[in-house]
Design a protein around this ligand. Structure first.
Ligand code: NAP
Length: 313
């Protein structure tokens, strides 16, 4: 009889193929949801990003669940997560490094007016100019100073921007001005010329990028959302851009993904869209994370980064 623990992979669409071969080589029995027939009681562990509603609850012998991504909103948003089962989120330096690279790139593209030069080139125009704002006068604010936000803050500070961050608890990072809690949110927003959202998505942060938030920001501010689509009220962003209060936005994540061709965000002149690529978990690292976690559970230990289901991140 096969004594290996059984792992159910609930993969989002075509992505599954990236992990299957590597997982199969591990000391587990792999079952792929949607491909293999399986008895729900035979599943010991699950690896997923956004499991179908009710599925995890039907796996009565589940000992642990692993998230393919850093955010666990896809597990907790429906309120049907089996709370007795530890949920382990993916935390890895490679993800934070990739995100920091992407965020620095977008801050610089905006700050150095790169899109304006791209447009000028398309018209064969020599748009030589002195940049309208100095780096030391361009304040970058990060909503969220967690595993990823803190590294992004450091990397942005490396480029000479004044950096601040807002989180639930106060942080002590030497080059980052820390704002904490709801009482300090407006003071934080009022000094963010470029706002980068790197919050976890919970019921407290859903829709946080809304009309009130944009109104509290300085005129001409720029918004970057690389956290989750649920943080943004899309219509409020479009209104703040159309009124001229905000100067532009870069969106990597959306309420509905893939972003439907009918979405007005695709063609808005002040919005740049990327297809949820800011930081993608490397398959090899994800597989190691899941296999190491399973081995820890099997030894009777608890792996790192078990989510507090109360705070939901
Ligand atoms: P994390 O370590 O859990 O950090 C979350 C941050 O949000 C923390 O600083 C936390 O404050 C803050 N926060 C949560 N609730 C808050 C509240 N009510 N008020 C104020 N602050 C609050 O998450 P992470 O690993 O850095 O990931 C950050 C985000 O990036 C997630 O949404 C994740 O899904 C997203 N992400 C996107 C991509 C992509 O490709 N676009 C890739 C990876 C991750 P405390 O520090 O005080 O707890």
């Amino acid at each position: 009889m096969d004594k290996r623990p059984t792992l159910l992979l609930i993969a989002p669409g075509k992505w599954g193929t990236l992990w299957i071969d590597k997982l199969q080589a591990g000391p587990i029995r792999l079952v792929v949801h949607g491909r293999d027939a399986y008895a729900t009681d035979a599943i010991d562990y699950a690896l997923s990003f956004r499991p179908p509603p009710g599925l995890l609850k039907s796996l009565r012998n589940l000992k642990g669940v692993f998230s393919l991504g850093a955010g666990v909103d896809g597990f907790l948003e429906n309120g049907d997560y089996p709370e007795r089962v530890p949920l382990v989120r993916f935390v890895d330096e490679t993800l934070a490094v990739e995100m920091a690279q992407f965020v620095v790139m977008q801050v610089l593209i905006h700050h150095r007016r790169q899109r304006l030069f791209d447009a000028a080139q398309a018209q064969k125009k020599w748009a030589q100019m002195v940049l309208p704002r100095r780096t030391e006068d361009t304040r970058v604010g990060l909503l969220g100073l967690g595993e990823i936000g803190l590294l992004c803050a450091e990397r942005i500070a490396d480029h000479g921007f004044p950096v601040s961050g807002w989180s639930r608890t106060r942080k002590a990072a030497p080059r980052v001005t820390s704002f904490a809690g709801d009482d300090e949110r407006d003071a934080f927003l009022g000094q963010a010329d470029i706002l980068v959202c790197l919050l976890s998505l919970t019921r407290h942060t859903k829709g946080i990028l809304n009309a009130g938030t944009f109104a509290a920001m300085p005129a001409g501010a720029f918004v970057i959302n690389v956290a989750r689509g649920g943080h943004l009220v899309e219509a409020d962003l479009v209104a703040a851009l159309d009124s001229g209060h905000l100067s532009g936005a870069l969106l990597d994540v959306f309420e509905t993904e893939p972003l439907p061709p009918t979405s007005p965000l695709w063609s808005h002149p002040k919005i740049a869209v990327t297809p949820h690529v800011a930081a993608i978990s490397q398959p090899g690292v994800v597989v190691k994370f899941a296999l190491d976690g399973i081995a820890a559970f099997e030894r009777g230990e608890r792996p790192d980064n078990i989510v507090d289901v109360k705070t939901a991140y």
